[in-house]
Design a protein around this ligand. Structure first.
Ligand SMILES: NC(=O)c1ccc[n+]([C@@H]2O[C@H](COP(=O)([O-])OP(=O)(O)OC[C@H]3O[C@@H](n4cnc5c(N)ncnc54)[C@H](OP(=O)(O)O)[C@@H]3O)[C@@H](O)[C@H]2O)c1
Length: 231
């Protein structure tokens, strides 16, 4: 495993709340530089005030390929290729059987959870490949390896993440890694959407990040293609 003490440039998507926000705090506290995106402008403004340069936080909608392409190009021009790219941003459908899911909601889940991750990988990978190193962690789910009623669109998206990430792992040159990661079950807005008040029985994102941050910092090319679960 590579040293978690080396300074890293870490890209995190979905930094406005939940796991992405907790990871951002944890990586910066550990001395690393974070570049992150989300849609919520006030959360991005708050992060930018709390963590000025060399960190950077921008409003980007992961459902918009052009916004992703422009942002990635500016990050690479500004800071170079990331050492660690964490594709964390995602959405979940409102609980419903598949036949009652609105078309627009199904499309959002696919556009954000699958196509957004594709575009992030596609835009960052040439620079990572040119440098010959870097780790991509794509957030999967327990529901990327099993299923539940009322979240079929979300399950479809996370099974896709598992397949896409493991196929990408077979394509990557030596020195790089693509890893699907099940983070476990954590009390965030997303969990509250599907578990309701039952979400309060689970760990907070901050407490999760205490073990997830060192675990993520230790990942290197030797983990390429492994379907991992956060400790
Ligand atoms: N919490 C759990 O128990 C759990 C379990 C398994 C897997 N996961 C996975 O872990 C990851 C984080 O989940 P979470 O629980 O932290 O979710 P969350 O609390 O709902 O946060 C989702 C994050 O993604 C961002 N996001 C959503 N749509 C976006 C878009 N179109 N463009 C840019 N950013 C977008 C949100 O920011 P804005 O709304 O500001 O854009 C927010 O920062 C997800 O991939 C999720 O599927 C979570």
């Amino acid at each position: 495993m590579s040293g978690s003490t080396e300074h890293k440039l870490i890209v995190v998507t979905g930094v406005s709340r939940g796991l992405g926000r907790a990871l951002t705090d944890g990586f910066i506290a550990a001395g690393h530089t974070v570049a992150g995106v989300a849609r919520n402008r006030s959360a991005i403004d708050e992060l930018s005030a709390q963590y000025p340069a060399p960190h950077r936080f921008n409003v980007v909608d992961q459902a918009e390929p052009k916004e992703i392409a422009e942002w990635v190009a500016s990050v690479i021009a500004d800071k170079g290729a990331p050492d660690l790219l964490i594709n964390n941003a995602a959405t979940i459908n409102t609980n419903a059987p598949l036949w009652e899911v609105p078309d627009s909601e199904f499309s959002d889940v696919i556009d954000i959870n699958i196509k957004g991750v594709f575009h992030m990988c596609k835009q960052f990978l040439p620079a990572m490949i040119e440098r010959g190193s870097g780790v991509i962690v794509n957030l999967s789910s327990g529901w990327g390896r099993s299923v539940a009623a009322d979240v079929a669109p979300y399950c479809a998206s996370k099974w896709a993440i598992e397949g896409m990430t493991q196929a990408l792992a077979e394509e990557l040159p030596k020195g790089l890694a693509a890893i699907p990661l099940n983070p476990g079950v954590i009390n965030t807005d997303m969990l509250q959407s599907c578990f309701g008040s039952g979400a309060s029985h689970y760990d907070t994102a901050d407490s999760w990040a205490k073990t997830a941050v060192p675990f993520l910092l230790e990942l290197d090319a030797s983990a390429n293609g492994m379907a991992l679960t956060a400790p």
